[in-house]
Design a protein around this ligand. Structure first.
Ligand SMILES: Cc1cc2nc3c(=O)[nH]c(=O)nc-3n(C[C@H](O)[C@H](O)[C@H](O)COP(=O)(O)OP(=O)(O)OC[C@H]3O[C@@H](n4cnc5c(N)ncnc54)[C@H](O)[C@@H]3O)c2cc1C
Length: 384
C-alpha cells in the first residue's frame, strides 16, 4: 500500500507490531466480507467483540476501564490498515464509541464510568453520539432538544438526526438544552437506548451503507440526573473537545482512503492497455498518479506533525480544522482521479474507488462542514 517510503521516525517497533495485528485482522476477517456487508447494509454485531479482543476498541482509553495503552501513532497505524477495506461505513459504526464514549470518560461519575465504559470497550454494548438535530447540525450552540429537571430525573423531549449507530446503540451520549439560549445552556447526558419514549427510524444513504444511521425521537424520556456528564450547562466544552479528536480521526480515514484510491489506480494503470501501451505510459495518466501522490504526501506530513504536537500537549485547533479540510480534499481529488483512470470499471460496484467516490461527501460534511471549520480556524487565528 502507498506510501512506499519507510515509515517516519514517529513509528516505533511497538507501533509496527500493533499495525501487524490490525493488518492480519483486516486481511483475514474484514476484506473477505466487507462488500457483502455493505450491500446488506449491516455487519455482524460480533465484530465489536472481536475488535475489542484485539485491543482496537479500547485504544487510547484507560486500562482500568478495559482500554489499551496507545498513542496517536497507534491510531494512525490502525486507521491506515482499516482503510484498506475501502469501507467507511464499517469504520464509522464499529468505532462510533470513539465519539460516544469520550464525553462519558471526561464527565461521567466514577460509578457511571466503572459500569458503562467496560461494557462499551469490550464490545458488549454499542455507544453513539447524538448532537445533530433536524433543524441543523453546524450551529451546535443553537440545539433545541430540551431536558427539564424533575427531582432526580431529567425529562427529555426533542429529536436528533443522522446518528451513526443510532439504531443499534445501547447508550446514547446526548447534547441537550438544560439552560437558556446559546452554548451556556447546553449539557451532556447519557441516555440508555431502552429508555421508554425513545423511538428510532433508520435512514437510507448515498454511502456508508453498512453503517446504521438513525433519526431518534425523545418523547418525555426520563434520564437519571446521575447520568449527567460534567456540570449542568457546561456540556458545550465537552462536545467541542470531542470534535477535535473526531476531526483528526476523519482526516486520518480520508488520508487512508486517498492512499487506497492511488493503489487501485496505479495497479490498473500498469495493467490496462489502450492504444497499444499501458495506461501509465500515457504521460497524462502517470502525471495524474503523481498529482495524487503529491496531495497524499502533503496530507501525511501535516497529519503526522499535528499528531506529534497533540502528543506534546499542544491544542492546535485551527490546524486540526485545516487538516480535516485538506485531507478530505485530498480524498476527493484522489477518488475522482482514480475513478477516471479506472474508466467504466471505476463506476462498477466492487472497486474500492467507486465506493470511496460515493462516500467522500460525508467526510467533507460530518464532524463540521468545510465552511464551518474554515470559520472556526479564522476565529482561532484571531482574524475575526
Ligand atoms: C452519514 C452521516 C453520519 C453522521 N453521524 C453523526 C453522528 O453520529 N452524530 C451526530 O451528532 N451527527 C452526525 N452527523 C451529522 C453531521 O455532523 C452534520 O451533518 C454536520 O455537522 C452538518 O450539519 P447539517 O447536516 O445539519 O447541515 P447544516 O448545519 O444545515 O448546514 C448545511 C450546509 O450549509 C453550509 N453551512 C452551514 N453553516 C455555514 C456557515 N456558517 N458558513 C457557510 N456555510 C455554512 C455547509 O456547507 C453545510 O454543509 C452525521 C451525518 C451524516 C451524513
Amino acid at each position: 500500500m502507498y506510501p512506499h517510503l519507510p515509515r517516519s521516525a514517529h513509528f516505533t517497533a511497538e507501533h509496527e507490531a500493533f499495525r501487524a495485528t490490525v493488518k492480519r485482522f483486516v486481511d483475514k476477517e474484514l476484506l473477505p466480507h466487507v462488500d457483502a456487508w455493505d450491500e446488506a447494509e449491516s455487519f455482524p454485531r460480533a465484530l465489536y467483540g472481536r475488535a475489542a479482543e484485539l485491543g482496537l476498541l479500547g485504544l487510547g482509553f484507560p486500562e482500568e476501564f478495559g482500554g489499551t495503552t496507545g498513542d496517536l501513532f497507534h491510531e494512525i497505524a490502525m486507521i491506515e490498515e482499516l482503510s484498506r477495506t475501502g469501507c467507511g461505513g464499517l469504520m464509522a459504526s464499529l468505532f462510533s464509541h470513539t465519539i460516544g464514549a469520550p464525553p462519558i470518560l471526561a464527565g461521567g461519575s466514577a460509578e457511571l464510568k466503572a459500569r458503562v465504559l467496560p461494557e462499551i470497550l469490550s464490545g458488549r454494548k454499542i455507544s453513539a453520539l447524538a448532537v445533530t438535530e433536524p433543524s441543523g447540525g453546524s450551529d451546535v450552540a443553537n440545539l433545541k432538544t430540551r431536558a427539564e429537571r424533575d427531582g432526580d430525573f431529567y425529562i427529555v423531549n426533542g429529536s436528533k438526526t443522522f446518528i451513526t449507530s443510532g439504531m443499534r446503540a445501547d447508550y446514547i451520549t446526548l447534547a441537550v438544552r438544560t439552560g437558556g439560549a446559546g452554548a451556556g445552556g447546553v449539557s451532556a447526558l447519557l441516555m440508555p437506548a431502552d429508555t421508554p419514549g425513545l423511538n428510532r427510524t433508520p435512514l437510507k444513504k448515498m454511502g456508508w451503507w453498512c453503517s446504521d444511521t438513525a433519526q431518534i425521537h425523545f418523547d418525555n424520556c426520563r434520564v437519571p440526573v446521575a447520568n449527567l456528564l460534567g456540570k449542568e450547562n457546561r456540556g458545550f466544552d465537552i462536545f467541542m473537545r470531542n470534535f477535535n479528536h473526531e476531526r483528526l480521526a476523519l482526516a486520518l480515514q480520508a488520508y487512508g482512503f486517498a492512499c487506497v484510491c492511488l493503489d487501485e489506480a496505479s495497479d490498473w494503470a500498469r495493467e490496462r492497455i489502450t492504444f497499444g501501451k499501458h495506461l501509465v505510459e500515457h504521460q497524462v495518466v502517470r502525471h495524474k498518479l503523481v498529482a495524487m501522490a503529491t496531495q497524499i504526501e502533503a496530507t501525511r506530513a501535516l497529519l503526522e506533525d499535528l499528531a506529534a504536537r497533540l502528543q506534546q500537549g499542544q491544542q492546535p485547533v485551527a490546524q486540526i480544522c485545516m487538516l480535516k479540510n485538506f485531507a478530505t480534499q485530498t480524498m476527493q481529488f484522489c477518488a475522482d482521479s482514480a475513478v477516471q483512470i479506472l474508466g467504466g470499471m471505476g463506476f462498477m460496484r466492487g472497486t474500492k474507488s467507486e465506493r470511496i467516490y460515493r462516500e467522500v461527501k460525508v467526510y467533507m460534511i460530518g464532524g463540521g462542514a468545510e465552511e464551518v471549520l474554515n470559520d472556526l480556524a479564522a476565529r482561532q487565528l484571531g482574524w475575526v
